[in-house]
Design a protein around this ligand. Structure first.
Ligand SMILES: [Zn+2]
Length: 219
C-alpha cells in the first residue's frame, strides 16, 4: 500500500489510497540466478547466459569505513547520542542501496522475461543475531538477508517466483563438469575447458542448485 491522501471537497472529505496490485501474469519462462556478495553486491545470470552486475561494492566499503572512523572518534569523546544518529544514518544509506540494487535486479528480470529468480538460502540467521557485533562475516549475512528480502517482495509484485537453493559449493562447482575448482584472481578455470569471470560462477550454479524446501529465507 502506498500513500494516503485526504482532500476536502465542499462538505465532504475524500480519502484516496494508492495500492500496488500483484500481477500474476508472467510472460517468460527464463530462470535467473542471483549471487549476493561484497565486492559485487549482486550478480545475475539468466539460463541463457545473459549477465549483469549490480551495485557498487567498493563504494559501500568506503562509506562503511567512513562511518566507522567517525564513530571511533566520537566514542572516545563519549558522544553516544551522536553515535546513535550516525548509526541510523549509515543504516539508512545501506538500506537505500539495497532498494536501488533490488529495483534494478527486478527491472533486469522483467526485461529478460524472467519467471523465476533463484537465490542462495542463508544459514544460521538466528545464531548470527546473537554474535553479529563480534563477527564481521555474520554482519554481512544480515545485509544479504535484507537485500534478499527486498528482491523477494519486489519480485512478487511483478508475479516473479523466488526460490532458495542450497548454497553448498556454488562458488566452486564447474557448471560444465561438476568438478570443484577455486577461482584465481578474477578468473574461474576448469580442466574441462570451462572458463569465465569468477563472479559469474556462483550465479550460474545457483540456477541449477537444488531448491531448498520451504519458501522462507530463514534456515
Ligand atoms: Zn569443468
Amino acid at each position: 500500500m502506498g500513500a494516503l491522501r485526504i482532500t476536502k471537497k465542499s462538505n465532504k472529505y475524500i480519502a484516496q489510497i494508492s495500492v500496488e496490485k500483484v500481477s500474476h501474469i508472467v510472460k517468460g519462462d527464463v530462470v535467473m540466478g542471483v549471487d549476493l556478495g561484497l565486492k559485487v553486491p549482486a550478480v545475475a545470470v539468466t539460463d541463457s547466459g545473459k549477465t549483469f552486475f549490480f551495485g557498487n561494492g567498493r563504494q559501500n566499503k568506503y562509506v562503511k569505513r567512513k562511518y566507522k572512523a567517525k564513530r571511533k572518534k566520537l566514542g572516545k569523546a563519549k558522544k553516544l547520542k551522536v553515535i546513535k544518529k550516525l548509526d541510523d544514518k549509515e543504516q539508512r544509506w545501506m538500506t537505500d542501496q539495497d532498494h536501488k540494487v533490488s529495483r534494478e535486479i527486478i527491472n533486469f528480470a522483467v526485461n529478460n522475461n524472467v519467471s523465476d529468480i533463484r537465490l542462495e538460502k542463508l544459514t544460521n540467521i538466528r545464531n548470527t543475531a546473537r554474535t553479529s557485533r563480534k563477527n564481521e562475516k555474520n554482519l554481512h549475512t544480515w545485509s544479504f538477508y535484507r537485500l534478499a528480502q527486498f528482491i523477494e517482495y519486489k519480485a512478487l509484485l511483478k508475479g516473479i517466483k523466488v526460490e532458495y537453493v542450497d548454497p553448498k559449493y556454488t562458488s566452486q562447482i564447474c557448471p560444465e563438469c561438476k568438478k570443484l575448482n577455486k577461482a584465481r584472481d578474477r578468473k574461474y578455470k576448469c580442466s574441462c575447458g570451462f572458463k569465465t569471470h569468477r563472479d559469474r560462477v556462483g550465479a550460474i550454479n545457483i540456477i541449477n542448485a537444488p531448491v531448498v524446501d520451504g519458501k522462507s529465507l530463514l534456515a
